[in-house]
Design a protein around this ligand. Structure first.
Ligand code: SAH
Ligand code: SF4
Ligand code: F3S
Length: 443
């Protein structure tokens, strides 16, 4: 039997896609293996979101080239967003790459494997599709608590800094029926949580059914203890979505709400489609309807033309909202996107200084939010052993925070009640309260 090995970079969409490719390989007679050294086929599922993501792949390819020199029959495939972005250009500097596959090409992998066997030449397949949503295919999932369920693909928002609309193509959604079938099967396979995925998850729309309809349908699947989703766009969040979240106990009260920047002029240049005031109003609405809802964000510093004063506005918005946590990035020019054409780029040292001050502020806010949970009793899903001790579990709260607590007699996949006793860094610490068996399988 032949073996395949996949290494995944980038976001959860790529994790889900790797699981899909895994199932395609397994159906074609390949077994999964977790080392490069004895793999017959090696895939890198790549990301192109920032320059650094692409640099990592270039250096990884350098290492894999040596492996291929040792074992020339090894197939080396590049897939995902960077593959889509670089297309056949990569073959000029790296002719030893056998396949370059964009995110809409995975269904053709069996055919590509056959063609490669016959001709032994490099194959580039980066046709984007308006329709491909990989319906009717069931991913070969990594074991665990959570099943990633891709519900829509592509992005039509065209934020001026972002490569995703070019690497993932136009927006399209799966049918509710197809998604629900996959959720049911994931539950049958032992998953207790599902995370609905899309670059713009809440612009899901299929034959008149919208994201709140889908959320409601997923919440009703029996055995689904927790439902999460990522990433929503602020523009597409409406009261219907918040009502459905409020009215279903198994829809986790946590929303990733990318702010990107605080200044109206920069938001406009980013084509984010909301103003600072609109974003703040949305946060108030969320907190009114879903008290205690976790709020996390993405922020970019040093977007072209961002002045020191405009950056300060980002800090001011953060101060008003105090997110539970934030992913923070230095702007990275992506060839082909509109923002690269703007002339007034911010220097690297200034970007670095802004990033550092933003991280300092966010650390303070994370601690502020987490310390407010001390002495509260929260529902926690037992997920895995903590890295520090075999007597301690790590689990997540509804609001998507990690909590460490002594195991006692509890088991993985059990929902337990934990009293929060302390908060350090990004982690909460707690203790089990009452007999945890009572809370088993609470939806
Ligand atoms: N679809 C998601 C974002 C996916 S990319 C959404 O709209 O929320 C994840 C994050 O990477 C973005 O939110 C943004 O903060 C960051 N990002 C995207 N392009 C970037 C670039 N060119 N430079 C720096 N950060 C970038
Ligand atoms: Fe990129 Fe904007 Fe689309 Fe998110 S919404 S994937 S940031 S273009
Ligand atoms: Fe990267 Fe593509 Fe995701 S560019 S962040 S892997 S959608």
């Amino acid at each position: 039997m032949k073996n395949y090995y996949i290494e995944t970079y980038g976001c959860q969409m790529n994790v889900a896609d790797s699981e899909l490719v895994a199932s395609i390989m397994e159906e074609n007679g390949y077994g999964k293996i977790d080392t490069v050294e004895s793999a017959d086929a090696v895939f890198l599922n790549t990301c192109a979101i920032r320059e650094h993501a692409e640099e990592k792949i270039h250096s990884r390819l350098g290492v894999l080239r040596k492996e291929k020199e040792k074992r020339p029959h090894m197939i080396l495939g590049l897939m995902g967003c960077m593959a889509q972005h670089v297309k056949d250009d990569i073959l000029e500097s790296k002719p030893y790459v056998d396949f370059v596959l964009g995110p809409d090409s995975y269904r053709r992998i069996p055919d590509i494997l056959r063609r490669h066997e016959q001709k032994n030449e490099s194959i580039v397949d980066t046709r984007l599709s308006r329709f491909e949503v990989y319906s009717g295919m069931y991913p070969s999932r990594n074991e665990g608590i959570n099943a990633w369920i891709s519900i829509m693909r592509g992005c039509d928002k065209f934020c001026t800094f972002c490569i995703v609309p070019f690497t993932r193509g136009r927006e399209r959604s799966r049918s509710v029926k197809d998604i629900i079938q996959e959720v049911r099967r994931a539950v049958d396979d032992g998953f207790v949580e599902v995370t609905l995925l899309g670059q713009n998850v809440n612009s899901f729309r299929h034959r008149g059914e919208r994201f709140p309809d889908l959320l409601q349908a997923v919440a009703e699947v029996s055995g689904v203890q927790r439902v999460r989703f990522t990433s929503p766009h602020p523009q597409d969040i409406d009261d219907d979505m918040l009502f459905v979240m409020r009215d279903n106990a198994n829809l986790c009260k946590s929303i990733h709400l990318p702010l990107q920047a605080g200044s109206d002029r920069i938001l406009k240049r980013m084509n984010r489609t909301y103003s600072q005031a609109e974003f703040l109003a949305l946060v108030s609405r969320i907190r009114d309807l879903l008290p205690g809802c976790g709020l996390t964000t993405d922020i970019i510093v040093g977007f072209p033309g961002e002045t020191r004063e405009e950056f300060d506005e980002t800090l001011q918005v953060m101060e008003k909202i105090k997110f539970d946590s934030a992913f923070t990035f230095k702007y990275s020019p992506r060839p082909g996107t509109k923002a690269t054409e703007y002339s007034d780029h911010v220097s690297e040292s200034e970007k670095q200084a802004r990033l550092e001050s933003l991280i300092t502020v966010q650390k303070r806010h994370t601690l502020f939010r987490n310390r407010r949970e001390i002495s509260e009793i929260v529902k926690v899903m037992v997920e895995k052993e903590s890295k520090k001790s075999s007597d301690v579990w790590a689990g997540r709260t509804d609001t998507n925070k990690w909590v460490l607590f002594a195991k006692k007699t509890t088991q993985v996949k059990q929902m337990v009640n934990v009293r929060i006793t302390d908060a350090h860094g990004v982690t909460l610490f707690g203790e089990l309260v009452s007999d945890p068996r009572r809370f088993h399988a609470v939806a």
